[in-house]
Design a protein around this ligand. Structure first.
Ligand code: KG4
Ligand code: ZN
Length: 349
């Protein structure tokens, strides 16, 4: 069967992502980010993000087509993230995707952003450029970014993805950003905390692991909470300052990072154990954190679980993963979306 040529549009947060894939082959992955515009606010401002998508979309589509050498009229299908994400930001992508599909008279696939993150794995290739072996089922997926922290059980990418748990408050990346701000470090905070933590002692301060006590776990075995951790860091640093003592930024950063990593890995491996799944897929921008990858791989190995991590350019929000998911849906014979769908900021998997 001929492999579908799919153009994917992702605008759920602050990245305008346009991806083009043929079957499981990545042809281009163009990203325009409005991150710099949000930096002075210390987080993503929805209105600013939506406006930036509007400006970035058309040039990004042109760049993706040029990079892949694909003519727009050759595209077999258009794919777009319809949720979850920021409502206004999503609407820009959905509107553009509908317009493209209608004018090209091609099918349109509205897809779920979280499932898209999992589909990113399909496009992975090894150091020789060879396609990675296909995703095996079932697999547990841990997605961690500035917008989400979700644990999923994937039995089939195109038909059976179950949300096991998610954050009850802040996303993990958001916690990094907020704690960085508290420590006087710039946005985005993840890389800054990472850098500061390199010279710190991860065991210097015993910060809390959210939703990890037996009493908290009832009904929340796979859920996360990071707001208590953020408050604990704030209280700890305030007490130091009130006592006139300097804040040991490296130790605070390392201890905070360790608490986040510990709880993420512990819960992901608990899901693997409970469901008898020997595979764990990691995704989302927080995967840039080397400590998270190292701890996950090491502790997973001890339990006989293999860890897959797509390259970082496919872990952060991008359009290629959206195109890849639609491509899988097409190859599995699933019907296209009708044009009535809208943007759904809380779209379930
Ligand atoms: O996936 P992403 O690029 O965008 C969305 O949030 O959708 O993820 C960005 C998030 C930010 O919160 C950033 O602080 C965090 O990922 N991040 C990190 C690291 N690099 C980026 N968090 C921890 N350690 C890092 N090295
Ligand atoms: Zn995302």
């Amino acid at each position: 069967r001929r492999e579908p040529l799919v153009l994917g549009i992702e605008t759920s947060c602050d990245e305008t992502g346009i991806g083009i894939v043929r079957g499981r082959t990545l042809l281009s992955n163009t990203i325009a980010s409005s991150m710099d515009e949000h930096a002075r606010y210390g987080g993503v401002v929805p209105e600013v993000a939506a406006r930036a998508h509007l400006e970035a979309l058309e040039p990004a589509i042109r760049a993706a087509l040029a990079e892949s050498g694909v003519a727009l009229t050759d595209v077999d299908a258009v794919a777009v993230t319809s949720g979850p994400g920021l409502a206004g930001a999503l609407m820009v992508g959905v509107g553009a995707a509908k317009a493209l599909a209608v004018s090209l008279e091609k099918p349109l696939y509205a897809v779920n952003h979280l499932v898209g993150h999992i589909a990113a794995d399909i496009l992975s290739s090894d150091e020789h450029g060879d396609q990675a072996p296909p995703l095996e089922y079932p697999t547990v997926a841990l997605l961690v970014s500035g917008g989400h922290t979700s644990l999923l059980l994937v039995r089939d990418l195109t038909s059976d993805v179950e949300l096991l748990g998610e954050t009850m408050d802040d996303a993990a990346g958001e916690a990094f950003d907020k704690v960085a701000r508290l420590l006087g470090l710039p946005y985005p905070g993840g890389p800054e905390i990472d850098r500061a933590a390199a010279s710190g002692d991860p065991n210097a301060i015993a910060f809390p692991r959210g939703l990890s006590r037996a009493s908290d776990m009832a009904g929340h075995r796979y859920d996360f909470s990071f707001s208590g951790l953020k408050t604990a860091v704030a209280r700890w640093t305030e007490q130091r300052q009130a006592a006139g003592e300097p804040v040991p930024v490296a130790d605070v950063a390392a201890s905070f990072r360790e608490a986040v990593v510990d709880v993420l890995v512990t819960k992901a491996l608990a899901a693997c154990r409970d469901y008898g799944v020997p595979r764990l897929l990691l995704g989302g921008g927080v995967i840039a954190n080397r400590r998270l990858r190292d701890v996950a791989i090491e502790r997973a190995a001890a339990e006989g679980v293999t860890v897959r991590v797509p390259p970082l350019s496919l872990c952060t929000d991008n359009g290629a993963m959206i195109a890849a998911l639609a491509s899988e849906l097409i190859m599995a014979g699933r019907p296209a979306s009708t044009l009535e769908f809208g943007a759904d900021s809380t779209l379930p998997v």
